[in-house]
Ligand binder design. Structure first.
Ligand SMILES: Cc1cc2nc3c(=O)[nH]c(=O)nc-3n(C[C@H](O)[C@H](O)[C@H](O)COP(=O)(O)OP(=O)(O)OC[C@H]3O[C@@H](n4cnc5c(N)ncnc54)[C@H](O)[C@@H]3O)c2cc1C
Length: 448
């Protein structure tokens, strides 16, 4: 039996296996071993450490320990695609296989420094920063000695349309001055969160709405930032990182903290989101696999025999299991295709495939995890399983990084632009049919 037949590669389709480099095979195997032996058994301990009095916003000692182990094992920053000089050498497709395995535990991504929003921030800084900025802000993130947050969303506008972002960035002497309100960037209560990458409006009257916004680096200890509260997500506080609600009042940062230049936020944002969406989707597939396994275990649990039958002996449940299997495998193909498209043609050309994943996968995952909870029974909705957290993650990815409705809207608009091409083709069918009817002495009928 070859390594590629082992459990780490069990769900990877043959066309992807055929593309894996030796480095990727080694990393996928190691990520699998790490998640199975270091992360899954440690889930209750990680929860207990965060529940300790006074430790809610302090990164758990176990997280630090596992991060160190993962780093030593060469499992840090695997997400950074091979065209970056800081990359450990995996393609998007190869990393996607790792991301699915990491998804089996909500926090495993963080042990390997592959968690959102860090991944997007690292990629952004690697792509758009000057060498000096990289040294100051990127290197600590790559080393795992600092953490960062992304701050775009605001309560006062529809943030899915980022041209509306209103937080003001004004140049005054040798500083940018920031005023506004922000939602969701990770909590500053966690002292490891060292800076925000903030998107704001620096040139509100520019006739080109795509050139009005800029991105700046804002250290969390800058005077004038107030974290009003932590935002809970469907009841979970997601400590110790959380999601903050912020007020910025005359927050001053040096001019050298601008990324790429004034008015260039959209150029940067375009490059930032594609890979992150794929990572979320692959992790969700990993979560679905874990939820599905829990459901399977429940289906053969000898203690649970309603009407004298195992749960898995009811025809309706056999069908449910089959349907879930089909849908998870289908979703994986969609996301792996998106990752491969990005590798071959670039993130921009992969736009449709990325949107396709972002729309289909979180919707599929909420349905599947919901079905697994149902099969599991009441305990499936309690802390006895990870299912409620998994469902919440899938549900929030329907909104985070852009709501699926907005992606659907974009796909639909792009599709409608192709309608004229098909109208032309249909006119051509009609013209040929007419010529053929004349040649064959048939009556030409038209219904238009
Ligand atoms: C758990 C979580 C973590 C997050 N992390 C971050 C973070 O780190 N940094 C950050 O900046 N933001 C973060 N966000 C915010 C997230 O990116 C935004 O909530 C999202 O982009 C939507 O913006 P909005 O909330 O302003 O909704 P709006 O833009 O007001 O949209 C509201 C609703 O309108 C509908 N809608 C919008 N556009 C369309 C359309 N084109 N067609 C049809 N319907 C449409 C949709 O139903 C949509 O859900 C996070 C959100 C969550 C839930």
């Amino acid at each position: 039996m070859s390594q590629l037949d082992g459990p780490a590669f069990h769900r990877i389709p043959p066309w992807v296996k055929a593309k894996l480099s030796p480095t990727a095979i080694e990393k996928i195997q190691k990520v699998h071993n790490f998640v199975e032996t270091e992360c899954i058994p440690a889930e209750p301990i990680m929860k207990a450490q965060i529940a300790e009095v006074g430790k809610r916003w302090t990164t758990q000692p176990l997280m630090h320990e596992l991060r160190q182990k993962a780093k030593t094992a060469g499992l840090f920053n695997l997400f950074l695609p091979s065209h970056f000089k800081e990359s450990p050498g995996l393609t998007n497709l190869e990393y996607s296989c790792c991301a699915e395995i990491m998804g089996r535990v909500y926090w495993a991504q963080q042990t390997m420094n592959c968690h959102a929003p860090e991944t997007g921030n690292i990629e952004l800084l690697a792509k758009y920063c000057t060498p000096e900025q990289k040294k100051k802000w990127l290197q600590p993130l790559l080393d795992g000695t600092a953490s960062s947050a992304y701050s775009m969303t605001e309560p006062d506008v529809a943030s899915s349309d980022a041209t509306q972002i209103g937080c003001r960035i004004t140049k005054e002497g040798d500083k940018y001055v920031i005023n506004g309100r922000k939602l969701f960037g990770n909590c500053m209560w966690n002292s490891e969160n060292k800076f925000y990458i903030l998107m704001g409006c620096s040139d509100p009257y520019n006739p080109n709405k795509w050139a009005r916004h800029s991105m700046v680096i804002v250290p969390t200890n800058t005077p004038g930032i107030t974290q009003v509260r932590n935002l809970t997500i469907m009841g979970y506080d997601h400590a110790p990182e959380g999601h903050g609600e912020y007020i910025y009042e005359d927050v001053r940062v040096p001019l050298e903290n601008i990324i790429l230049g004034e008015g260039r936020a959209f150029e940067i944002a375009q490059g930032r989101l594609g890979p992150g969406r794929i990572h979320h989707c692959m992790r969700l597939i990993g979560q679905c696999e874990r939820a599905y396994e829990l459901a399977l275990v429940r289906c053969i649990d000898p203690r649970k025999t309603p009407r004298g039958k195992l749960i898995g002996q009811f025809d309706s449940n056999i069908e449910r299991i089959a349907q879930m299997r089909l849908e998870i495998d289908q979703a994986r193909l969609v996301v792996l295709n998106a990752a491969d498209t990005m590798d071959i043609h670039g993130n921009k050309a992969g736009r449709y495939a990325i949107a396709q994943s972002k729309i289909l996968v979180p919707n599929m995952a909420t349905r599947i995890i919901d079905e697994c909870m149902q099969l599991y029974g009441g305990q499936g909705l309690t802390q006895h399983t990870q299912l409620p957290e998994m469902w919440t993650y899938a549900r929030f990815v329907r909104i985070a990084d852009g709501p699926d409705s907005a992606h659907r809207h974009q796909v639909g608009r792009d599709e409608l632009k192709t309608a004229e091409k098909y109208a032309k083709r249909n006119r051509e069918y009609q013209r040929r049919y007419k010529a053929l009817a004349e040649k064959m002495g048939q009556k030409y009928e038209t219904f238009e």
